[in-house]
Design a protein around this ligand. Structure first.
Ligand SMILES: [Zn+2]
Ligand SMILES: [Zn+2]
Length: 251
C-alpha cells in the first residue's frame, strides 16, 4: 500500500519523486535495507532453480528446461528456462508480486539482471531477438507499464552489455483481455482462455522475412502452466521462427 502510494506519486514528476522519497522511503523487500527496493545480498542470496524439466509433461528432466522429445511434436515452445522456483525463492517471488501488483517498475531492473546471470549459465542457443510477452492495452493502461517489457530491457542490457540482443516489443500483439492466469482454474480452461489471444501486427509482411529461421527468447515474469508462452510461440513459429524458448524469473 505504501509502495503503491509512493509509486503513484513517483510517476508524476522528478520533484514529486523527491517528495515521495521523503514520505515513503525505499527499503529492500527482503531485509529492509534503505535506499533500494531489492539489495544484491537478498537478490543473489535467493535459491536458484537447480533441476529443470520438460515444461509440458514435467516428468522428464531436461537441460535448461527444454521440451522433451515426446512432447516436442505437439508443441511450439522449445522449452522454458526459469531462474528460480516460485515456491522456494521467497524474496524473488515477493519481488515479482510487488513489481506487478504494487506497481514498482524499478524492481524489473534487479530481476532482469538476475535472469541474465542465470541464463548466461545455460546452453540455450543465443537468441537473435528478445520478445516480451505483451499485455492487453487495457491492462497496460491500468498498470502503466508492462513488467515483461521492462524485464526484457533490463535482461538484454545485463546479458550482453557490449552488444545487447535487440528487444522487440513490436512483434506480438495481445487481442483478448484474458483473466489473470492465477484466477482461471484448470489447464483446459487456461488454454481456452488464451486461444487466439496473440498475433503478429495486422500488417505483418515486413516481419515475416525478418523472422524466418530466427531464434527468439520470450521473456515473462512467471510461468504457471506455460500456456501463455506456448500461445506466443505458436504465432512466432507459424511466422517462420525456428526456435522459441521461454525465459522467466520464476516458475
Ligand atoms: Zn536486502
Ligand atoms: Zn515432455
Amino acid at each position: 500500500m505504501i509502495r503503491t502510494s509512493r509509486n503513484r506519486i513517483a510517476m508524476l514528476s522528478p520533484l514529486r519523486e523527491f517528495f515521495a522519497d521523503l514520505l515513503f522511503p525505499r527499503s529492500c523487500i527482503g531485509c529492509g535495507k534503505r535506499d533500494t527496493y531489492l539489495c544484491d545480498a537478498c537478490l543473489y542470496g535467493s535459491p536458484w532453480k537447480r533441476e529443470h524439466s520438460c515444461p509440458f509433461c514435467e516428468s522428464v528432466l531436461t537441460p535448461d528446461g527444454r521440451t522433451c522429445f515426446s512432447c516436442a511434436p505437439r508443441h511450439s515452445l522449445d522449452g522454458i528456462f526459469s531462474a528460480s522456483v516460485f515456491r522456494e525463492a521467497t524474496v524473488v517471488a515477493d519481488a515479482v508480486h510487488v513489481l506487478k501488483y504494487e506497481y514498482v517498475p524499478e524492481l524489473a531492473f534487479p530481476l532482469g539482471a538476475l535472469l541474465a546471470k542465470a541464463t548466461a549459465k545455460t546452453e540455450l542457443p543465443i537468441a537473435d531477438m528478445i520478445v516480451p510477452v505483451p499485455l492487453h492495452p487495457w491492462r497496460l493502461r491500468f498498470r502503466g507499464f508492462n513488467q515483461s517489457a521492462l524485464l526484457a530491457e533490463s535482461f538484454a542490457a545485463a546479458f550482453m552489455p557490449d552488444m545487447p540482443i535487440p528487444v522487440r516489443s513490436d512483434l506480438l500483439v495481445r487481442h483478448r483481455f484474458t483473466l489473470p492466469q492465477a484466477r482461471s482454474h484448470g489447464a483446459k480452461e487456461r488454454k481456452a482462455n488464451l486461444k487466439g489471444a496473440f498475433s503478429l501486427p495486422s500488417d505483418s509482411r515486413p516481419f515475416r522475412k525478418e523472422l524466418k529461421g530466427k531464434t527468439i527468447w520470450l521473456i515473462d515474469d512467471v510461468a504457471t502452466t506455460g500456456a501463455t508462452l506456448e500461445e506466443c510461440a505458436k504465432v512466432l513459429k507459424k511466422s517462420g521462427v525456428r526456435h522459441v524458448f521461454g525465459i522467466v524469473v520464476a516458475r
